[in-house]
Design a protein around this ligand. Structure first.
Ligand SMILES: Cc1cc2nc3c(=O)[nH]c(=O)nc-3n(C[C@H](O)[C@H](O)[C@H](O)COP(=O)(O)OP(=O)(O)OC[C@H]3O[C@@H](n4cnc5c(N)ncnc54)[C@H](O)[C@@H]3O)c2cc1C
Length: 461
């Protein structure tokens, strides 16, 4: 690598924040996909001004720059696939301002998601987006992936809570997008464009986030079913009964067993599926809605339905759900987590199709996910070191995506395209739309410096 540019980086951020040794760079060559791409240099940044200078330097020398939050991403977004600079954002972790009247919190992009809610809980406020990774993911990574979470059905996803952002453009200018008013229709909605742009259009350095009052009451319900079809029908019917639950999560038999093996919390291994449901709101309303939910579960042949009796029991149940992916990943050497999403009315068909595909290929698939949002995570448990398994996995993934699109769904509900899904993009996006996206990318980043190699589909080949 070019000595000159390392020296210039050291001038911008001080030498201790520029990492060039092989051993230390190795840590930054992975994310949660477990794929590996080595950056040439790792740079830890603290201010927008430093990033601006780095981007100007990167344009001058044509060096790729890949922003990196907590690396919990599941589509390879923060991997430096073309080498260059891995730009580490986690030291930008200040909570700058909390405004309880406007219900806003202004934070730096490296703040850990859960810390936003922790910082406002004394005001009886919370930040609703709650990805399963919220104890480690960053707000910048959440905005870049437009992360969802367990509360998505009632409260929406990250983009619904981003009022304004400070961004360093790929060419180095520091700009502000959006406003902190409730309403704004001034110009194009660039904040929404940045949400889900996967670190390809700009580096988010600061964000003003929307907050909500903590609901007065909540109730968690656990229901077990003979099979996934009954559980999926229940999901559809709860919403059709007019109850918008805060969370509506589905977990299949493979995943129940994996969680039980890992946490030993007494889940019933004989059942075929479970639903974890939470309703929240005003006291009386919660009781009525919990009653409706339990009635719908029973009318769909639930084997058992119960409401958590204490806050401790409720927290244990939700911790178990959050442990689904880590529990599954203990079973086989390779864990491929997919993110298929369909309209809620088609969730039963998606569940059945995934089961059929697993049977057809003799593949072990654990399925869990935000069923209320139509968002399932079929998780393929395999060993990609064996060529035959690797080929079979590819076919399984393609079949799952094809059926998802045929059901009117989308390739990714929340994890993004990155590198892992780029080859499937053309299943969903037409060439004119893809070309339009390329033009947007070119107008932000004429030298293709920022996070190159992502969201590229086979039309580029
Ligand atoms: C156990 C587990 C559970 C998960 N559960 C969920 C879930 O429920 N919902 C969900 O949506 N996702 C989930 N994820 C995926 C992941 O946590 C999210 O995609 C998250 O938003 C990534 O944040 P991060 O800080 O780790 O970003 P990284 O993985 O570091 O980066 C992700 C992308 O964001 C870009 N980026 C990072 N910071 C910035 C920045 N400041 N400016 C511009 N671009 C930036 C990167 O270049 C990359 O493209 C889960 C992951 C794990 C491992």
């Amino acid at each position: 690598m070019d000595k000159n540019y390392t020296a210039e980086l050291e001038q911008i951020v001080n030498p201790e924040n520029v990492i060039t040794s092989f051993e230390e760079r190795l840590t930054y060559s992975y994310d949660s996909t477990r794929l590996e791409y080595m950056p040439d240099v790792v740079v830890k940044v603290k201010t927008a001004e430093q990033i601006s200078r780095i981007m100007k330097l990167a344009n001058e020398y044509t060096i790729p720059v890949t922003p990196r939050g907590a690396a919990t991403g599941l589509s390879g977004g923060c991997l430096a696939v073309e080498g260059g600079i891995s730009l580490v954002m986690v030291a930008m972790n200040k909570i700058i301002d909390i405004n309880p009247i406007d219900l806003l919190a202004t934070v730096e992009a490296g703040v850990i998601t859960e810390n936003v809610s922790k910082a406002v809980e004394h005001l009886k406020l919370f930040y609703p987006p709650d990805p399963g990774s919220m104890k480690s993911s960053t707000i910048g990574g959440n905005i870049a992936e437009n992360a969802g979470g367990l509360r998505g059905l009632k409260y929406g996803v990250t983009k619904d809570y981003i009022n304004s952002i400070e961004v360093v453009l790929p060419t180095g200018e520091i700009v502000n997008m959006g406003t902190n008013t409730v309403k704004a229709v001034t110009g194009y909605n660039l904040v929404d464009l940045m949400c889900g742009s996967e670190g390809t259009l700009g580096i988010i350095t600061k964000a003003t986030l929307g907050l909500l009052p903590v609901p007065a009451d909540r109730a968690s319900i656990l229901a077990f079913f003979k099979n996934m079809t009954d559980a999926a029908k229940t999901v559809r019917d709860i919403v059709a009964e007019g109850v918008i639950t805060a969370t509506l999560e589905i977990v299949d038999k493979v995943t129940i067993n994996a969680i039980e093996d890992f946490l030993k919390i007494g889940l019933d291994r004989t059942v075929g599926a479970m639903l974890l449901i939470e309703v929240d709101g005003q006291k009386g309303a919660v009781e009525i809605e919990a009653g409706i939910v339990m009635k719908v579960c029973r009318s769909n042949s639930a084997l058992s339905v119960r409401q958590a009796k204490s806050a401790q029991e409720r927290d244990e149940l939700w911790s178990a759900r959050r442990a689904a992916l880590s529990s599954l990943s203990r079973i086989r050497p390779s864990t491929i987590l997919e993110d298929a999403t369909v309209p809620r009315s088609r969730i039963v068909e998606l569940v059945e199709a995934v089961n059929e595909i697993a049977k057809k290929y003799g593949m072990l698939i654990g399925t869990f996910g935000h069923a209320g949002d139509g968002n399932l995570h079929p998780t393929i448990l395999t060993d990609l070191r064996i060529p035959e398994q690797s080929k079979k996995t590819e076919r399984v993934i393609e079949e799952i995506f094809k059926v998802t699109i045929a059901l009117g769904g989308t390739l990714s509900g929340e994890h993004g395209i990155g590198i892992t899904k780029a080859q499937y993009l053309k299943l969903e996006i037409s060439k004119p739309v893809y070309d339009l996206m390329k033009k947007i990318k070119n107008s932000f980043d004429p030298n293709n410096i920022l996070n190159p190699g992502k969201m590229k589909c086979t039309w580029d080949a």
